[in-house]
Design a protein around this ligand. Structure first.
Ligand SMILES: Nc1ncnc2c1ncn2[C@@H]1O[C@H](COP(=O)(O)OP(=O)(O)OP(=O)(O)O)[C@@H](O)[C@H]1O
Ligand SMILES: [Mg+2]
Length: 254
């Protein structure tokens, strides 16, 4: 099962990704958690303690490790065999193997072609070769996916909150995702406070496009004021179990 999560800034992608990761880790031996957002904070949200979470090196900056896999000379392997080495790039947290992709580097004084090529190979290997659950917090963009790797995503969840802006962004993301060749794209309505808000989201999409809703949760909202918080437990995790089962239904119970 390979899931990608996207949507407008601040709608709750990381919160939902973390809750899903924890939820799948309850029933699966290994869950790969990928932070594809350069402005990363998924590590802390899945419960990796603050200091440790802050010190997890993005894969793109693991230059020495990358060299040992893709070759150290001027030439490097474009599609290294990664299946056995992926775990060397992960931080293990219970059943969760966490990876921070880091920013896709562009231009500048140093060449990052090798690292960028490696990132693509890593995503490709995770999505196309691995049998485990892989959950990617894509941030607001989906540039880590290419036409080749997108077909490995079983389901993209686009998170919306009850606002026109987030609905418009979701429509654009949905279109991009389908153009890239992602199999299935569904909406999750988040931070719902009333029937009116729920209906607004339902009416904004085609019947069947909305997979589920998560209520506004005060504890989660207030946790945003605390420095070292991963308040995705409790009620959200319970709501998430329901969403997890719906996802299983969509993707075929993998
Ligand atoms: N269901 C919810 N109820 C209340 N607050 C929520 C809920 N979901 C998310 N939040 C809060 O909304 C804020 C944004 O959430 P989050 O960081 O998950 O969004 P994001 O889409 O990942 O943002 P970014 O685009 O910055 O990465 C956080 O303070 C989070 O605690
Ligand atoms: Mg986020």
């Amino acid at each position: 099962m390979k899931l990608a999560i996207s949507g407008k800034g601040g709608v709750g992608k990381t919160t939902i990704a973390a809750a899903l990761i924890k939820s799948f880790a309850e029933t699966h031996q290994t869950v790969y958690a990928v932070d594809g957002d350069p402005d990363a904070c998924l590590a802390a949200t899945i419960g990796i303690p603050g200091e440790k979470a802050a010190n997890i090196k993005p894969v793109v900056e693991m230059r020495d490790k990358i060299r040992t896999v893709s070759g150290a000379g001027a030439y490097y392997v474009l599609n290294p065999k990664l299946d056995d080495t992926i775990d060397d790039f992960c931080h293990v947290h219970g059943n969760i193997r966490f990876m921070r992709m880091g920013d896709v580097k562009k231009g500048g004084s140093e060449c990052y072609c090798r690292e960028n090529t490696f990132l693509s190979a890593l995503i490709s290997s995770l999505l196309l070769d691995k049998d485990e659950v892989v959950i990617m917090d894509m941030g607001a963009g989906i540039e880590h996916l290419s036409r080749g790797t997108a077909k490995g995503v079983d389901l993209m969840l686009v998170v919306v909150e009850p606002s026109l802006n987030s609905v418009n962004t979701a429509r654009n993301v949905m279109k991009m995702a389908l153009d890239l060749g992602i199999n299935k794209v569904k909406i999750i309505g988040n931070k719902i406070r009333s029937d009116k808000e729920r209906e607004f989201i339902e009416k904004s999409f085609q019947p069947g496009e909305v997979l589920g809703f998560l209520a506004f949760n005060n504890t989660i909202w207030e946790s945003g004021m605390e420095p070292d918080s991963n308040a995705t437990g409790g009620k959200l995790l319970v709501g998430m179990r329901e969403v997890r089962e719906k996802i299983r239904g969509e993707v075929g119970g993998k």
